[in-house]
Design a protein around this ligand. Structure first.
Ligand code: ZN
Length: 236
C-alpha cells in the first residue's frame, strides 16, 4: 500500500503543490509514485484539484483510496506511465473540509460529554456536515446547549496536535475516544495517528485538521432528524 503522505502533513490546511511520476493508469484513474492528496475516507471527501503536464492542465475529481491513491480525470488519453506531472490540490476545498472535519471532532466530543451520545457515523461536506448520534436517552439532546458549548470552546484557542502512537498506548489511554474500529486496521500497522484537540478530544484519526480551533466558524445546527430509536442525525 502506498504511503499516505497527507498523514505526515499537519495542519492539513493549505496543502502545497507537489511533483510526481505517473506509475499506473487504470480506467479513468491516474496513480502517482507519491501523492499528498487526501483520499475519501472516514466520512471525509477526497481532495480535488488540477494535474499539470507541460501545457496540459486537467482537473481531477475526488481522490479515492486504493493500493495507490486514485486521481480520477475525465479522459486519461493524454497521459502515459512515466510522465512527470505537477499536482495542485484545491486549497479552498481542502481547507473547508479540514474545518468541517475538526468541527466534527468537537461536536462529537461535546455530544458525548453533554448528552452521553456516541457518534456512529458522519459525512463531511464543504457546505453541510452531518453526524449520526446514538443516545441512551435522546430527550437529553439540546441544540442550544450544544451550540453555546461549542462556541464557548472556540475561545479557548485549543491547538490541534497529531501523534503516532502504538496500539497499547492508544487502548490504555483513559481519555481516548473512538477506539472500536481499531480491530479493523491490519495488525501489521503498528503505529496509528492520534489527533488531540487539547482538553477537548483525543482519538485515532487519519483525516485533515486545522492547526488551532480559533479559525473555526461558530456552530449553527440547521437540522435534527430522528433516525429511529435512540438515534438522531444532526447537520451543521
Ligand atoms: Zn479527524
Amino acid at each position: 500500500m502506498q504511503e499516505k503522505m497527507h498523514l505526515k502533513c499537519h495542519p492539513g490546511t493549505n496543502p502545497k503543490p507537489f511533483k510526481a511520476k505517473i506509475v499506473n493508469i487504470e480506467d479513468n484513474y491516474l496513480m502517482f509514485d507519491n501523492s499528498y492528496c487526501f483520499p475519501r475516507g472516514g466520512g471525509q471527501p477526497g481532495d480535488i484539484g488540477t494535474i499539470i503536464l507541460g501545457e496540459l492542465e486537467k482537473e481531477f475529481h475526488e481522490t479515492l483510496p486504493g493500493e495507490y491513491i486514485k486521481h480520477p480525470i475525465d479522459s486519461v488519453d493524454q497521459f502515459k506511465i512515466g510522465d512527470n506531472i505537477k499536482c495542485i490540490i484545491d486549497k479552498e476545498n481542502r481547507n473547508r473540509n479540514a474545518k468541517m472535519h475538526t468541527t466534527q471532532h468537537i461536536v462529537s466530543a461535546l455530544a458525548n460529554d453533554l448528552f452521553g451520545a456516541e457518534t456512529i457515523g458522519n459525512q463531511i461536506g464543504t457546505e453541510f456536515t452531518r453526524i449520526d448520534l446514538k443516545f441512551q436517552d435522546k430527550n437529553k439532546f439540546n441544540i442550544e446547549d450544544l451550540e453555546s458549548s461549542f462556541n464557548d470552546i472556540l475561545s479557548t484557542n485549543a491547538p490541534v496536535n497529531v501523534y503516532d502512537w502504538d496500539r497499547n498506548t492508544i487502548l490504555s489511554h483513559n481519555k481516548m475516544r473512538h477506539t472500536n474500529f481499531l480491530d479493523r486496521i491490519p495488525s501489521s500497522i503498528e503505529k496509528l495517528r492520534v489527533v488531540e484537540i487539547v482538553d477537548i478530544d483525543l482519538c485515532p484519526c487519519g483525516g485533515t485538521h486545522v492547526k488551532n480551533i480559533n479559525i473555526l466558524d461558530d456552530l449553527k445546527i440547521n437540522r435534527v432528524k430522528s433516525k429511529g430509536s435512540g438515534k438522531l442525525r444532526i447537520s451543521y
